[in-house]
Design a binder for this molecule. Structure first.
Ligand SMILES: [Zn+2]
Length: 381
């Protein structure tokens, strides 16, 4: 048992030892169709990164942030120390100074237990996912529903302590179990995000992160921050339609979470775009209008990076515990002002997105008759 426990600690330590690398980059939105009632699947977003593939836009720029600029390294090191300590006998513990105050939070600890348990069963979960995802080349066409279920049962659900639901439209009524054959039940829920006049729709999965530890008291302290997971059946991550829909979901969800729980305002809220073997991570902070993208995509089945992938995914899921509060703060980091996404480019966009909600069970068709307020020019002079 203790050998497995240290595997999770070693994996976290290994990730921390590479903290000098660039973790995340800023994205600028050149154009998008955020107003006008488009579904996420019809979202069109052009970022400066996408534009830079064209020869006539060679000088597009982005700001990168290092691992230590994004994550609370001190807190994570304390977590490693605390859990390494557990494995030693009492006499060792007695000699050690008391653990730092940064980690006296049960929620951080509970989150770490999810990681430990997952790493304990890592090989099992990987083989289950492979059974569904990797075998398809030999056998049959893989359905998106099968990928969603496998990613839910063998990745997002265990890493979030069971807090991951699938869009109920995706579920078959008579087959609510994992597609790998393990018969684990999957849970469906309302995953609708947005309002009819803006980007909106049902996302494939919604994963709940850790509760936000508040220094300021708010009305609802137990509110969990929800993150969206978009899934794609094909392996091509560079598909701009898929990236567009995940960016639209990322931005819309960020507004929805902040509208619901102002305590998360100012934090970039992550979202995940999954193909059968890689995960793209985006994050959006709607207060500072900063759109971020993780620089290296997370590879699920690559032996060299499998553990690091799990640790990173776990960090993003628990971002309210482990992300620095000032990642995208344009006040304390004025240089970031040059790299805002420019999504909130008009008052109209801001006022539209202030109405955005999450966990919407249904969207209603709009009246197709325009209702303008007409002003006669005769009265205007
Ligand atoms: Zn399974």
């Amino acid at each position: 048992m203790s050998a497995y426990r240290s595997r999770a600690i070693n994996d976290l330590e290994a990730v921390l030892s590479e903290q000098n690398r660039s973790e995340i980059m800023t994205l600028k939105i050149i154009s998008c169709n955020c107003i006008g009632g488009k579904l996420f699947s019809a979202a069109s977003v052009v970022t400066q990164e996408m534009l830079s593939i064209f020869e006539d836009f060679p000088s597009e720029k982005s700001c990168t942030l290092a691992f230590e600029d994004v994550w609370d390294v001190r807190k994570l090191q304390d977590l490693v120390e605390l859990h390494s300590e557990k494995e030693w006998k009492e006499e060792v513990r007695a000699k050690k100074p008391k653990i730092s105050k940064s980690i006296q939070n049960n929620k951080d600890d509970a989150a770490f237990v999810n990681l430990e348990n997952y790493i304990l069963d890592l090989d099992y979960h990987m083989s289950c996912m492979k059974k569904v995802i990797k075998n398809r080349k030999e056998e049959r066409d893989l359905s998106k529903r099968e990928v969603i279920k496998a990613l839910n049962v063998h990745l997002f659900s265990p890493l979030s302590g069971g807090n991951c639901v699938i869009d109920f439209h995706v579920m078959e009524e008579d087959n609510c179990v994992c597609s790998c054959g393990c018969t684990t039940p999957v849970h469906a829920g309302p995953t609708g995000i947005g309002v009819e006049s803006c980007w909106h729709g049902f996302v494939d999965m919604v994963v709940s992160g850790n509760e936000l530890v508040n220094t300021v008291q708010t009305s609802d302290l137990s509110e969990k921050v929800k993150m969206v997971v978009g899934v794609k059946r094909e392996e091509n991550l560079l598909d701009s339609r898929f990236q567009s829909s995940v960016i639209a979901e990322t931005i819309t969800n960020s507004f929805a979470q902040v509208n619901r729980n102002p305590a998360v305002s100012g934090l970039p809220i992550p979202a995940f775009g999954c193909t059968p073997d890689e995960i793209l991570v985006f994050a959006y902070d709607c207060r500072n209008d900063m759109l971020l993208k993780k620089m290296v995509d997370l590879k699920l089945f690559h032996d060299d990076v499998k553990s690091a992938t799990i640790v990173m995914l776990w960090l993003y899921i628990n971002f309210t515990s482990f992300m620095r509060r000032d990642v995208t703060d344009t006040l304390t980091k004025p240089f970031l002002s040059e790299f805002t996404s420019e999504f909130c480019s008009s008052r109209q966009i801001e006022s539209c997105y202030r109405k955005v909600t999450s966990a919407t069970p249904e969207f209603y068709p709009v009246s197709n008759w325009p209702k303008l307020n007409y002003y006669s020019s005769a009265n205007m002079t």
